[in-house]
Ligand binder design. Structure first.
Ligand SMILES: *Cc1c(COP(=O)(O)O)cnc(C)c1O
Ligand code: SF4
Length: 346
């Protein structure tokens, strides 16, 4: 554990009392939230907070509304789609491989709040082995997405070994990694890591930036390093109330990402996750933003606006036409042509 990024990991802010002192908050309230959903904030993230309530603050500082009991514990029905604990297999040709149980900072709106950062969420070597065996025994899978938690919190040796084993499976043609460390722990993107990742081409890395203020010089430098090593970069943004629910903010974010050689891939409607309802915008917010983007920026900077339907019904790209709404209810047609009753919010 001697690399600078590993030392940084040991120094993360995890104590609600320390956080309360820093920002003059009520420690009892913070404690109550963090007993249920863990607290972790890296130095890179802390340094980005300018004032309480700003877009970085809202994403990472615990909020008592997280304890509200509405919403779904497992909004995407992932537990039912897991043939083994480390794999989520919803679409025939691709699967999620959950290789890590933690992240360098915990986003308060995380879809996997139920487990990420919680005791027992780190997969055991046995579970990882079972995941590799499942993928190897399932020839339809040609695209494996390393996810978690954050896969890049694994040490190079462990990550390299897992990538190697999956890469060697003859029917796996593409590897993908989803990671927020370019924002939360840029030190993690070392030249050694990039050299390691380069061996697994074609490898796609999807970052997760939600606000233009996150596109710091460090983030730019590490994205450049990755891109220079032939890693294709995409970005997934979550649409969040009070953070980025503004066409101007999103336009600036997506254009700046493109300039960093990071292609905006998805804009996600906030999932119906328990403890995250205060972040959820009405569907019309995302639809309006997409309408505003068109014509103002190149299509290269326009991702798909997707809603991941509850109960494991899958991602659906939304355009205004795809939505039928009346005053009381919203319905979305799933990819399987089912009409899903969707709890929109005002
Ligand atoms: C989002 C997701 C994928 C990947 O979907 P793409 O549209 O190919 O990026 C795969 N499996 C699960 C379970 C997912 O939620
Ligand atoms: S980085 Fe991703 S997995 Fe980790 S807490 Fe944030 S949203 Fe969840």
């Amino acid at each position: 554990m001697n690399e600078p990024w590993q030392q940084q990991l040991r120094g993360l802010l995890t104590d609600p009392v320390e956080l309360a002192e820093r920002f003059n908050l009520d420690p009892q309230v913070l404690k109550a939230v963090t007993e249920r959903y863990p607290l972790r904030i890296s130095k890179a993230v802390l340094d980005l907070i300018e004032t309480p309530g700003d877009p970085i603050w809202r994403q990472f500082i615990p909020d008592p509304r997280e304890l509200e009991a509405t919403g779904l514990v497992d909004p995407l029905g992932e537990e039912d789609l897991s043939p083994v604990p480390s794999v989520v297999h919803r679409y025939p040709d691709r699967a999620l491989f959950l290789v890590s149980g933690s992240c360098a900072s915990y986003c308060r709106f995380c879809t996997r709040k139920r487990r990420v950062g919680c005791a027992g969420s780190a997969p055991s070597f046995r579970e990882l082995r079972a995941g590799i065996d499942y993928i190897a025994a399932t020839p339809q899978i040609r695209d494996v997405l390393f996810s978690g938690g954050d896969p890049l919190l694994l040490p190079d040796a462990v990550l390299g070994d897992l990538l190697d084993r999956v890469h060697q499976i003859p029917h796996v043609e593409i590897l993908r990694i989803g990671s927020r460390v370019p924002l939360t722990l840029p030190q993690r993107i070392t030249p050694a890591l990039c050299t390691l990742l380069k061996r697994f081409s074609p490898l796609y890395l999807n970052t997760h930036f939600n606000h233009p203020r996150e596109l710091t010089d460090e983030a730019l430098a590490v994205c450049n390093l990755l891109a220079d090593h032939g890693i294709v970069l995409g970005n997934q943004t979550v649409l969040l109330k009070g953070v980025n629910d503004d066409p101007e903010v999103i336009r600036e974010l997506f254009f700046k990402l493109l300039k960093m050689r990071v292609r905006p891939y998805y804009l996600h409607q906030m999932d119906l996750v328990r403890g995250g309802e205060h972040f959820r915008t009405p569907l019309n917010c995302g639809l309006n933003i997409m309408a505003e983007l068109r014509g103002k920026v190149t299509g290269m900077a326009c991702p798909q606006f997707v809603v991941d339907l509850p109960g494991g019904k899958g991602k659906v790209p939304l355009l205004r036409d795809a939505l039928s709404q009346n005053k009381q209810k919203t319905y979305i047609r799933s990819a399987a042509d089912e009409i899903i009753d969707y709890p929109d919010c005002v």
